[in-house]
Design a binder for this molecule. Structure first.
Ligand code: SF4
Length: 380
């Protein structure tokens, strides 16, 4: 299940080393970098040391659990500040004792509740996942992993990236490049326990992963399992959220203090394109709300996949929004779109995206990024 070694990585991607000579990248990804090089502990390790006075798994009232969560979040804030100011070795920090119940436990208790009936994403489809009923995302009570390996094709600061591909997705993108694991064969991967998921993350880190990259499909339906895996993970490694950012507000509250670096995908500049191409409602408000929250809480690289004929309706408003609302983020303007999945099957229906990008389109996307003064090429 888990692959290659470091030699191959550095022969293939010398920019994975030189990117850190770029002071702008280092400044914008400073927290991530310090965890990556083991100067600071990952946020999940800090959360695990914020003590709760009660056992959250015994509490049945969801409102009470949120109150405990908020209190622990304030405590986390002060521990995090102390760590940011004073700690210079993750391994030293990891010697600190862990309480019986921690901030991470109340997150797990809440995530289990949000899963049944399911409100983990803004579809809020209320599937009874705990009873085995799959949601719109095709995920039910089990964590499904299709593959986990050192990914060499991500942005330079991220590779080698310890990438875990989860099954299922809450979007229905007609051009999905991973449609086998997100839709067609979403439930065909390997069912893994939270302990097994921790073991996979540890193995990736020990093989040289700079981060654990939770992706799919989409990681959102798997939030309860991912949080639970961090109870068992005993190595320091930055946690990376690689997502369409359609999480519910509640899921965002669970993730904000425990993700070290965000890799959101801002696809569309309006709700009509989002509905037509991904069958998702209220896209713009949800995705921008969540990206703004994440940007204000941590390091971030925003991806935007340029689609043929969507320069004015999508690329321009997306890049304009980033310039005004997420100025600290690095941006990857992606040019690798190619027709897949339903676009190949129904090329007439999706005619405007039934081809690759033309050179002038990608140049126009770069020109728009320049117009808004975005820091986009450092990571491409
Ligand atoms: S994560 Fe899946 S099951 Fe949960 S609300 Fe979203 S689509 Fe429904």
């Amino acid at each position: 299940m888990i692959e290659p070694d470091m030699l191959e990585v550095f022969m293939l991607r010398p920019d994975a080393l030189t990117v850190w000579e770029d002071e702008e990248v280092k400044k914008r990804l400073s927290w991530y970098h310090s965890v990556m090089v083991d100067e600071k502990p990952a946020k999940f390790l800090i959360a695990r040391r914020v003590e709760l006075e009660e056992n959250p798994y015994d509490i049945t009232d969801e409102g009470e659990l949120w109150r405990i969560h908020e209190k622990a979040s304030r405590e986390f804030e002060s521990v995090f500040k102390e760590v940011a100011d004073t700690v210079s070795s993750a391994s030293e920090f990891m010697k600190r004792p862990e309480p019986r119940y921690s901030y991470l436990d109340v997150k797990i208790a809440l995530a289990r509740r949000l899963m049944d009936p399911c409100r983990l994403c803004e579809r809020r489809c209320m599937a009874r996942r705990g009873s085995g009923q799959p949601g719109v995302c095709l995920v039910s009570r089990e964590c499904i992993v299709h593959s986990a390996f050192l990914h060499l094709g991500e942005e330079a600061p991220l590779v080698p990236s310890g990438t875990i591909f989860y099954g299922g997705c809450n979007f229905k993108c007609v051009f999905c490049q991973n449609y086998d694991i997100s839709q067609v064969n979403a439930r065909g991967g390997q069912v893994v326990s939270s302990m097994e998921l921790a073991r996979i993350q540890k193995a990736l880190r020990l093989r040289g992963a700079r981060n654990i990259n939770h992706v799919g499909g989409e990681p959102t339906p798997h939030i309860p399992f991912i949080l639970e895996s961090w109870k068992y993970l005993d190595v320091n490694v930055p946690q990376l959220w690689n997502s369409n950012m359609y999480m519910s507000e509640e899921s965002m509250r669970l993730l904000l203090d425990v993700i070290d670096i965000w890799l959101p995908d801002l696809k569309y500049g309006n709700d009509e394109c989002a509905w037509r191409l991904s069958k998702v409602r209220n896209y713009w408000a949800v995705a921008t709300r969540n990206i703004k929250l994440a940007h204000d809480s941590g390091d971030m690289i925003i991806r935007h996949l340029v689609l043929p004929n969507h320069l004015e309706c999508c690329t321009r408003p997306v890049l304009k929004w980033i310039a005004g609302n997420a100025p600290r983020a690095l941006v990857n303007v992606m040019d690798q779109y190619h027709p897949e999945h339903l676009v190949l099957k129904y090329p007439e229906k999706y005619r405007e995206i039934a081809r690759r990008l033309r050179r002038e389109e990608i140049l126009e996307a770069y020109r728009i990024a320049d117009e808004y003064k975005l820091a986009y090429r450092q990571v491409s």
